[in-house]
Design a protein around this ligand. Structure first.
Ligand code: SAH
Ligand code: MG
Length: 222
């Protein structure tokens, strides 16, 4: 529109803050989990609050009850996810680091979500095969080792029901997906392959929601 300047970084930051204030408000539990995980020495790489709200929105839209997460960290994203589930719903979250898994279990308890969450310790590629027996699942949220996103997507295609959702954090990988020549490592390659497959696989209707570091979301249409 005339008189408006194009979106620069500053305006983008203000808009993110605006979205956070309107839709991504952390309650005391989420705030405490974020702060305590920092104090505990866990890396500050949780999903952004406004991304948490988007994930909740998507789960509620499909009536999700059973969800798998890969990459628990301290349970921050898991709290957002589990809060979108009904009382008899279940979030199974996979984490390779025992200290993080323990921290997350306590965080889920503190959030009053102990009854509908499970943290399973181990490398996700080792845990997933046995998890198939507990499926099919309504949704999956991928947020761990980027190089394995394509493998996680393959599992999701076999274990997420038609009408279900496959979602992933870091679809932009902090901009690396459009600067892959500068960072040609297996993590970037993993994300490029993942994004391309959710764009092209006829069983999926994929998008990237440009919130935070990018939320990839694909609806299983067939
Ligand atoms: N989803 C979390 C952040 C996850 S960070 C949140 O938003 O709050 C990524 C996590 O994945 C780390 O805790 C890391 O230990 C774990 N991880 C990395 N590779 C993994 C693997 N192969 N299997 C399971 N967990 C893994
Ligand atoms: Mg992430």
């Amino acid at each position: 529109m005339e008189g408006l300047t194009p979106l620069d970084e500053h305006v983008r930051q203000l808009l993110n803050r605006y979205m956070q204030d309107l839709f991504g408000k952390e309650d005391v539990v989420l705030q405490a989990v974020r702060q305590d995980s920092l104090a505990q020495g866990l890396p500050a790489i949780q999903i952004e609050p406004e991304s948490g709200r988007i994930l909740q929105f998507l789960l509620r839209a499909i009536g999700a009850r059973r969800v798998v997460e890969i990459g628990t960290l301290g349970g921050y994203s898991g709290i957002w996810l589990a809060r979108a589930l009904p009382e008899d719903g279940c979030l199974i979250s996979l984490e390779v680091d025992p200290e993080r898994a323990e921290f997350a279990r306590a965080a889920f308890e503190r959030a009053g979500l102990g009854d509908r969450t499970q943290v399973r310790l181990g490398h996700a590629l080792d845990s997933l095969p046995a998890l198939s027996a507990e499926g099919p699942f309504d949704a999956m949220f991928i947020d761990a080792d980027k190089r394995n996103y394509p493998a996680y997507l393959s599992w999701a295609l076999d274990n997420v029901r038609v009408g279900g959702l496959i979602m992933a954090h870091n679809a932009f990988w902090y901009g690396a997906v459009v600067q892959a020549d500068r960072l040609p490592d297996s993590d970037v390659q993993g994300l490029l392959a993942f994004n391309q497959r959710i764009a092209e696989d006829p069983r999926l209707m994929g998008v990237i929601i440009p919130v935070g570091d990018g939320i990839a979301a694909a609806l299983r249409v067939q």
